[in-house]
Design a protein around this ligand. Structure first.
Ligand code: HPA
Ligand code: ZN
Length: 336
C-alpha cells in the first residue's frame, strides 16, 4: 500500500476544525446569491487571491467577513455537510467541531438557526457516512467576559447537544484568565473545556488554560516548547495539543513547514494531533496536513499511525469506541 493510501485509510479524529473556516469560496458565493448578501469581491478567483495572510489577525478579518453569508438553518447545514463529506474522503471517522455563535448572533442570526442547522448535518453524517461528531461552542476572546456569558446563556437550550466550550479569535492581549468564570460555569453545567493557547501567545497562556480554565486539551499549543517544565508536564500528563501545521505556516507561526516543531513534540512523548483548523483558507484538509508534515519533517509510517492513534486518544469518544479504533489502526499493514 502506498503511504498516501495508508494515511488516508488510518482511522482519524479531527479535533481542531472551525466550521466557519470550511466555507469554500464557491459555497460562499452560492450562499451570497441565495441570501442576497453583497460581497466586495467580484468572484471566486479574486476572493481566493485575498487569502494572503501575515498573521492571525489578518486572517480573522477576512474570515469574519466571509461568515456574513450564513443566515439560515439550511446554510449552516450545507456548510457542515460539505465539510463532513470532505472529511470522510480523508479517512476522518470522528470530528469535534468548533463554532462561533457570537459571529452570527451579533449579525441578528438566531442561535437556533446556527445549532439546528449544524446538528442536522451532524446527524445526517452519522447516518449516511458513519462519521460521528460533537460540537464545541467557542467564545471569541477579543470580546469580553459579559459577552461570553451571554453567548453561553443564549445557547442554554442546546447545552445537552454540546460537548465542550472553547476559546478562539485574537490571542495576543487576551489571556485565558479573562474567561475563568465563564469556563467554570460551563464546566459546572457538565460541559468539557478546551482552549486555543500558545499559537501566537506565550507559554503562560497555555498554563492559564490548564490551571484556570481546566481544559482537557490545548488547541495549537506549539509555543509550549519555549517552557521546558510545561513541556514535561504536557508529556507526563498526556495533555493533547491539537496542532494545525498548514495553518501555522499560512499565519506565519512557523516560516516554513520544515521548521515546524510537531516532530520534536512527538519525539518528546506529547500527545500531539494533526488538524486542519480552517481548511478553506489554509489550503488543505486533514489528509493534506498529514502528508505535508510527513514530507517536510521526514516522518515515518509509524509516526503517521502514532498521530492517528493520538487523535483517537485525545478525542471525547467513549473508551470502548477508542479501543475499536486503536485495533483498526494496529491491524492496518504498514506500507512498504
Ligand atoms: N486561532 C484563533 N482563532 C481562530 C483560529 C485560529 O487558528 N481559526 C479560527 N478562529
Ligand atoms: Zn483554531
Amino acid at each position: 500500500m502506498a503511504i498516501e493510501r495508508y494515511v488516508q485509510a488510518l482511522p482519524k479524529a479531527e479535533l481542531h476544525l472551525h466550521i466557519e473556516g470550511t466555507l469554500e469560496p464557491e459555497l460562499l458565493f452560492e450562499l451570497g446569491r441565495r441570501n442576497k448578501v453583497k460581497l466586495r469581491f467580484p468572484g471566486v478567483e479574486e476572493l481566493r487571491r485575498a487569502y494572503e495572510f501575515t498573521d492571525l489577525q489578518s486572517f480573522l478579518d477576512i474570515y469574519y467577513e466571509g461568515a456574513a453569508v450564513l443566515l439560515k438553518d439550511r446554510d449552516f447545514h450545507d456548510l457542515a455537510w460539505a465539510y463532513l463529506s470532505r472529511a470522510k474522503a480523508d479517512g476522518v471517522r470522528h470530528a469535534e467541531i468548533f463554532f462561533d455563535p457570537q459571529t452570527h448572533t451579533s449579525r441578528g442570526v438566531p442561535i437556533e438557526a446556527v445549532v439546528e442547522g449544524l446538528c442536522a448535518a451532524l446527524k445526517r453524517a452519522q447516518r449516511d457516512l458513519k462519521l460521528s461528531s460533537r460540537l464545541i461552542l467557542c467564545f471569541l476572546r477579543h470580546l469580553g467576559e459579559d459577552e461570553a456569558f451571554e453567548a453561553l446563556r443564549g445557547a442554554r437550550r442546546y447545552w445537552g447537544s454540546l460537548e465542550a466550550v472553547g476559546l478562539d479569535s485574537s490571542e495576543k492581549g487576551h489571556p485565558p484568565k479573562k474567561f475563568e468564570r465563564v469556563f467554570a460555569k460551563a464546566r459546572a453545567e457538565g460541559l468539557k473545556a478546551v482552549a486555543h493557547a500558545g499559537e501566537e501567545g506565550p507559554p503562560e497562556y497555555v498554563l492559564e488554560a490548564l490551571d484556570l480554565l481546566k481544559v482537557s486539551r490545548v488547541d495549537h499549543g506549539v509555543r509550549s516548547i519555549e517552557d521546558a517544565a510545561l513541556l514535561e508536564r504536557l508529556a507526563r500528563e498526556r495533555i493533547p495539543l491539537t496542532v494545525c501545521p498548514l495553518s501555522n505556516v499560512k499565519l506565519r507561526v512557523f516560516k516554513e513547514l520544515r521548521e515546524h516543531n510537531l516532530g520534536e513534540l512527538l519525539r518528546r512523548g506529547l500527545c500531539v494531533t494533526v488538524n486542519s483548523d480552517d481548511p478553506a483558507y489554509f489550503g488543505g484538509y486533514v489528509l493534506e496536513n498529514f502528508l505535508a508534515v510527513r514530507r517536510a519533517l521526514a516522518l515515518s509510517p509509524r509516526d503517521m499511525a502514532q498521530l492517528a492513534r493520538n487523535s483517537i486518544e485525545a478525542s471525547f469518544l467513549a473508551e470502548a469506541e477508542k479501543s475499536r479504533l486503536y485495533a483498526e489502526i494496529a491491524a492496518l499493514p504498514l506500507p512498504e
